[in-house]
Design a protein around this ligand. Structure first.
Ligand SMILES: C[S@@+](CC[C@H](N)C(=O)[O-])C[C@H]1O[C@@H](n2cnc3c(N)ncnc32)[C@H](O)[C@@H]1O
Length: 209
């Protein structure tokens, strides 16, 4: 019953949400697109001509925006544990990013191409118990940073969802050691009641950490 009540509340919230309405009008698959749009308007994370990796991509709002930025001139790989409908100019990998084989599959798919931007909007299924949710979300963010450190070109950029809580400060320390600039952003489309923020790291300078 609690589950059904939760679903009903979620549906009611979605119906009223301005960003959900805007996404429908603009033809985007998710309201999340407006978070990345705001981040890029402010921080210019997209680097023309270089590949983009989108982790936790489904249903595909961020990938749609990335495809719009690239205008067929650079490659995009989207990865998610869930199936995702095809998108023009986007290679899709379905798999669990915590699975080593999936990580390796992604590395093979990148195949040495120059990566300018790694994005991660991955979030675990939230149980509401922060001692359970926080380590899971930090683990996903750590894996995303590992990938960024393996594949980003020099001066490449990295954007990841993070939840404030245990492990956050240490994560920021590691990110600061390998990027020229590291900031956190809370885009307007990020719900105020959520502990979610986005780390925006620019200018990859190598694996100092
Ligand atoms: C907030 S949604 C992403 C929304 C997306 N950025 C968009 O614009 O449509 C988070 C996504 O992370 C994915 N995810 C969570 N854990 C994952 C994992 N271990 N491997 C791959 N994807 C994962 C979920 O399946 C979900 O689709």
């Amino acid at each position: 019953m609690a589950n059904r009540a939760g679903q009903r509340r979620w549906l009611q919230r979605q119906e009223k949400d301005e960003y959900v309405k805007r996404a429908k009008v603009d033809g985007y698959r998710s309201r999340a697109v407006y978070k990345l749009e705001e981040i890029n308007e402010r921080d210019r994370v997209h680097i023309r001509g270089k590949m983009i990796i989108d982790l936790g991509a489904a249903p595909g709002g961020w990938s749609q925006l990335a495809a719009k930025w690239c205008q067929h001139k650079s490659d995009i790989i989207a990865l998610d544990i869930l199936p995702m409908d095809n998108l023009a100019d986007v290679e899709i990998i379905q798999g669990n990013f915590t699975d080593n084989n999936v990580f390796e599959q992604l590395i093979r798919c990148i195949n040495g191409r120059e990566v300018g931007l790694v994005l991660s909007d991955m979030a675990p299924n939230i149980s509401g118990v922060s001692s359970v949710d926080q380590p899971k979300s930090m683990y996903l963010a750590e894996l995303a940073l590992d990938l960024a450190r393996q594949v980003l070109s020099k001066n490449g950029n990295f954007v990841t969802k993070l939840f404030q809580g245990e492990g956050f400060d240490e994560y920021m320390r590691v990110a600061r050691a390998c990027f020229a600039s590291v900031k956190t952003r809370k885009p307007q489309a990020s719900r105020p009641q959520s502990r979610e923020v986005y780390l925006v790291a620019k200018g990859y300078c190598g694996n100092a950490a």
